[in-house]
Design a binder for this molecule. Structure first.
Ligand SMILES: Cc1cc2nc3c(=O)[nH]c(=O)nc-3n(C[C@H](O)[C@H](O)[C@H](O)COP(=O)(O)OP(=O)(O)OC[C@H]3O[C@@H](n4cnc5c(N)ncnc54)[C@H](O)[C@@H]3O)c2cc1C
Length: 338
């Protein structure tokens, strides 16, 4: 791949690279986006956004800023591509034990959590408690990636190709996801493999996302759901496994509420993680730029992250310290030398 001077090269057409491409495109900046055309967790992801997450029922990091940015971004791309990409859904958070339910109830009125809570709901059979959360939904990641790829191909801004790990050109912006983090060029990664099923089931609730039993169930329409997921830190590859399928089938049965289901698809990917799901951008000492570490929340953070990077690259602003890779890298280095 020859390096065109004066033109940004975005490496990777996952959520990070694609959002950045739109941000450069709307600024009228020359770029070429390159992807090796295979792999990437964005093509595996369910695209779900859940504002209040985890065992501790906590709002996602800086959600009050990143969610409105993401929704405005997807709405703009929807109108450019003339297709729906964002599907809003309430999220039904289910508690499977008294302990978990007490924890959730203890958080509901917390000032950071309360704005997202729609209220308590009757618990479905087999669950102790349920609470509905607003602001959730799913991005049709495939439609977003494929539609954007077609758009940028037609503009002459997209090519299938590969950039070597040795390329240190200042014009290269690496949006390589886990493939980039696993080279350890940004420090020690904490990537986690995840497996996901696409299932068809008659009679399951299609009006909300369900979260519980360590997993999630996301309606796709027409009786089809995506369900996940596993967390695995040792075998970091995109091979689906029988054990992963079994675990996700258990989640599906539990969240779907019985009645059986048919498995239509099974996929695996590696979440790009450096520090939880808190992404990073910035120049890299060896040369070029990085935009990575979206963790398990790429749909929520990629648009806002890309906007911050585009402002930094083009408009002359510097991103806030929390997302500045140089600062993260310095801290990580200081800890290592402690
Ligand atoms: C099972 C599973 C379910 C998930 N579900 C959700 C979900 O519901 N909601 C959510 O928000 N997130 C979810 N995620 C997380 C989400 O997938 C990531 O946060 C996000 O997709 C990361 O995007 P990315 O662009 O950084 O990386 P990627 O999607 O991995 O994209 C990187 C791209 O770069 C290409 N590439 C890498 N190196 C090179 C190179 N040297 N030259 C050329 N091309 C290169 C790769 O082929 C790839 O296409 C899930 C992840 C998994 C594994």
């Amino acid at each position: 791949m020859s390096q065109a001077q004066g033109k940004w090269i975005i490496v990777g057409q996952g959520l990070a690279g694609t959002c950045l491409a739109w941000e450069l495109w709307r600024r009228g900046v020359k770029f070429l986006m390159i992807d090796r055309g295979a792999g990437g967790s964005s093509r595996v992801a369910a695209g779900m956004v859940n504002p209040v997450t985890g065992k501790n029922f906590e709002p996602s990091w800086r959600i009050a800023e990143f969610l409105p940015e993401a929704l405005a971004f997807y709405a703009e791309v929807e109108s450019k591509l003339s297709r729906q990409l964002w599907y809003p859904f309430p999220v039904l958070r289910l508690a499977g034990s008294e302990r978990e339910w007490r924890k959730i109830c203890g958080k509901i009125d917390h000032p950071q959590v309360a704005p997202w809570v729609l209220g308590e709901r009757p618990a479905p059979a087999g669950w102790i408690g349920a609470v509905a959360v607003k602001g959730g939904g799913r991005l049709d990641t495939r439609a977003f990636l494929d539609g954007s790829r077609e758009f940028f191909t037609a503009c002459g801004c997209y090519e299938v190709g590969e950039i070597s790990q040795q390329d240190e050109s200042p014009w290269v912006i690496r949006c390589e996801g886990a493939a980039g983090l696993l080279t350890e060029r940004y420090g020690k990664p904490r990537c986690a493999k995840g497996e996901i099923l696409t299932v068809r089931a008659a009679g399951w609730d299609e009006t909300q996302i369900r979260i519980g039993a360590g997993g999630w169930l996301v309606p796709q329409g027409g009786g089809v759901f995506r369900v996940g997921s596993t967390y695995e830190w040792d075998e970091l590859n995109d091979e689906p496994t029988p054990a992963g399928r079994q675990r996700v089938e258990e989640i599906a049965s539990r969240l779907g509420g019985g009645g059986g289901f048919e498995v239509l698809g099974h996929a695996a990917g590696v979440r790009p993680i450096l520090r939880r799901s808190e992404p990073l951008i910035g120049p890299v000492a060896a040369g070029g730029w990085m935009c990575n570490a979206l963790g398990s929340k790429g749909s929520l953070y990629a648009p806002g992250l890309a906007a911050r990077l585009a402002r930094w690259l083009v408009d002359g602003g510097v991103a806030e310290p929390e997302v500045d890779f140089r600062i993260f890298s310095q801290h990580a280095h200081d800890h290592e030398s402690d």
